[in-house]
Write a protein that binds this ligand. Structure first.
Ligand code: CTP
Length: 401
């Protein structure tokens, strides 16, 4: 995800400095080349050797270290950064940056960089809410510095409140900061997961969809700057950051949610595995077992995607086709019958594609007959391939037929 990216990680002196170690590990694991700068007080909390070992680069601590300056000095570090992260950022370091003080390696390098700067504050709640701090943060935000707000909890100083380093969110914010915003200004609806069709208060008919593909698309679209509305059946997944989430249960429920919001969206990606049938009636009390075989009568659910395809003024429509045989033929038929712009077909009979796994192997088929094979990729990678195509279609504008 971050291969070829140069990141400068500034660590300032707070107890949360140890959390920067895990952040460094995540960044390097994702392929980034990370150079660490530590302030003098950060070194009171964590030894530079830890960061040096994990980053495989010397840690920069002294502004006037002649050897370090000759090999890779602060200006060179500032220039080479694709992204500058300061985590944890103390009130002191933020205050200094806000008023232009550059009196150590970290403040000097951050002032010299033209890269986006991501600041993750961590401090006592009273320091965080202090109007002086707040004014400094607002000033930096006005200049385009991005912040990952601290979270609430028990702070190291014993206070309860907002001030804890938002460590899980920093990595995501870094990925987002490094992603070109080619879907900015677009609203994308993603439907995901299975639907549940209730038989009685304790039983339902559903399918094996985990929602992973839809959630990957929602996250990837949000990173690319889209406003994302995720309409999802029940899944065990965490809702991606920055995404509007609308939980639904049944196909009818999903249809109502989709139709209520369709007017706002320029793109709809229907990754949900909508149940094609529902029980004719939902029994109000639990069905008791008996000795006779049971027959459940089912009625067809509306095909939400086909309804969207038939709209006069329809958004860009991307469907999925879950097949076990004749993949390309069935998918092409669905593309035409449902009047789609693109269909993502996968063979769900394979163990490394489709339901409940992290990988997929898809065939993208377009209205004009063009085809793209993804090969075996992660669902996040496939989301990237699909969104590249969507961004291309949006940039090309509506096609005259
Ligand atoms: N779909 C939908 N509403 C339904 C059924 C499917 O919107 N009631 C959408 C799915 O979200 C998917 C596409 O249609 O994007 C194809 O779904 P799939 O289950 O592969 O095919 P079906 O159209 O249901 O046809 P079949 O089950 O016969 O393969």
């Amino acid at each position: 995800m971050l291969t070829g990216k140069q990141i400068v990680l500034g660590v300032s002196g707070g107890i949360a400095a140890y959390k920067a170690i895990e952040l460094l590990r995540l960044l390097t694991k994702a392929g980034a080349d990370v150079h660490v700068i530590m302030t003098r007080s950060a070194q009171e909390f964590v030894a530079p050797l830890t960061f040096q070992t994990l980053s495989a680069h010397p840690v920069h601590t002294e502004l006037f270290s002649l050897i370090a300056e000759r090999e890779i000095g602060h200006i060179s570090l500032a220039d080479r950064a694709d992204l500058f992260i300061i985590a944890p950022a103390t009130a002191n370091i933020i205050g200094k940056i806000a008023v232009g003080i550059a009196d150590d390696m970290l403040t000097t390098t951050v002032m010299a960089t033209k890269a986006p700067v991501l600041i993750a504050p961590a401090m006592n709640v009273n320091m965080y809410t202090n109007p002086i701090y707040q004014e400094n943060e607002q000033r930096l935000r006005r200049f385009g510095y991005q912040f990952v707000a601290p979270v609430c909890g028990t702070l190291a100083c014993g206070w309860e409140g907002q001030g804890k380093l938002a460590d899980p969110a920093i990595f995501e914010a870094a990925l987002s900061a490094l992603t070109p915003k080619d879907l900015a200004g677009k609203k994308v609806m993603v439907t995901a997961g299975p639907t549940r069709e209730e038989l009685d208060p304790v039983r339902y008919i559903s399918n094996h969809s985990s929602g992973k593909m839809g959630y990957a698309l929602a996250l990837a679209a949000a990173r690319r700057g889209a406003q994302v509305l995720l309409i999802s059946g029940p899944t065990a997944l965490t809702v991606p950051a920055g995404v509007e989430y609308l939980p639904v249960e049944s196909a009818l429920h999903m249809q109502a949610a989709v139709m209520a919001r369709i007017g706002e969206c320029q793109v709809v990606i229907k990754a949900a595995a909508v149940a094609d049938y529902r029980p004719c009636e939902r029994i109000a009390t639990k069905i008791k077992k008996g000795s006779q075989p049971v027959t459940i009568e089912l009625v067809k659910n509306p095909d939400i995607l086909a309804v969207l395809g038939a709209l006069q003024d329809r958004p860009l429509l991307i469907g999925f086709a879950a097949e076990t045989n004749n993949v390309a033929e069935y998918a092409t038929r669905k593309l035409k019958e449902k009047n789609l712009d693109m269909i993502v077909a996968n063979d769900v009979s394979q163990s490394d594609a489709g339901f409940n796994v992290d990988t997929n192997r898809a065939l993208l088929i377009f209205r004009d007959g063009r085809r793209i094979e993804s090969g075996l990729v992660t669902k996040m990678q496939l989301a990237g391939v699909i969104l590249d195509q969507i961004a291309g279609e949006l940039a090309a504008g509506p096609q005259v037929e």
